[in-house]
Design a protein around this ligand. Structure first.
Ligand SMILES: O=C(CO)COP(=O)(O)O
Length: 254
């Protein structure tokens, strides 16, 4: 946690979820209506096919709906792609950019991710910019260097705490059940904070830095209690309302 920053618990459904899954989303919305929102903000990023229905379901709750990716352009001949403006039109308030699965599956580099973050702002969305090292980079002791490089390349120089959130997601921790130690998370997040301040100035002191990678109710108190961890980006556990709400409940113990 960082003094003065309200934490955000965000879900990322990835390529999961059909209409029936929206029952879980309804339960997530209900859970936050019961008072969890006093502690945290909440967001669920869903596949584009579900976005408008998700936004409608969540509109009566404090939970927001987001997209998982966007094209850098506003419109045009880009078959199968979706612009930030379209996400906004469907009810999104946020969009994830530069997730490691996009970087790997679609060959997205830092310049592409930066352009997508700027596209998000153009449409009035908050960009959640993902960074994180692979297992090979970690084994080679390169974690902090990789994070520096990704911040330099992926985060636009005019990013502010109002339009941008950083998500630190060690690639080897995603979907594996493995997590870094609290000390490793602390050192990565402190490093990210310092690099952001160097690049963006004092305003970066209030920028949220989320942790993502195998967050679940049983490890949420430990991970979310670390200095400079201002929330979570949750994959698998965001598909089940009980798990997602269980993670947000960690803040009642911090
Ligand atoms: O990639 C993630 C969120 O963006 C993390 O996924 P898991 O929580 O399933 O490890």
């Amino acid at each position: 946690m960082t003094p003065g920053i309200r934490p955000l618990v965000a879900g990322n459904w990835k390529m999961n979820g059909i209409g029936a899954s929206l029952d879980e989303l309804r339960m997530i919305g209900d859970g936050f209506m019961r008072g969890l929102d006093a502690q945290t903000e909440a967001l669920v990023c869903v596949p584009a096919t579900l976005l408008s229905r998700a936004a409608e379901i969540l509109s009566r709750t404090p939970v927001r709906a987001g997209g998982e990716d966007c094209h850098a352009k506003e419109s045009g001949a880009h078959t199968g792609d979706i612009s930030a403006e379209m996400l906004r039109d469907a009810g999104a308030t946020h969009v994830i950019v530069g997730h490691s699965e996009r970087r790997t599956d679609h060959g997205e580099d830092d310049a592409t991710v930066r352009a997508k973050a700027e596209a998000a702002w153009r449409a009035g969305l908050v960009a959640i910019v993902c960074i994180g090292e692979t297992n090979e980079q970690r084994q080679a002791g390169q974690t902090l260097d990789v994070l520096s490089r990704q911040i330099e390349g992926s985060v636009p120089a005019s990013a502010t705490s109002a339009n941008t959130i950083i998500a630190y997601e060690p690639v080897w921790a995603i979907g594996t059940g493995l997590t870094p130690t609290a000390d490793d998370v602390a050192s990565a997040h402190a490093h990210i904070r310092t690099r952001l301040e160097t690049k963006l100035g004092a305003g970066a002191r209030n920028m949220r830095i989320l942790y993502g990678g195998s967050v679940k109710p049983s490890n949420a108190v430990e991970l979310l209690g670390v200095d400079n961890v201002d929330g979570a980006l949750v994959g698998g556990a965001s598909l089940k309302a009980a798990d997602f709400l269980g993670i947000a409940e960690a803040y009642e113990h911090l």
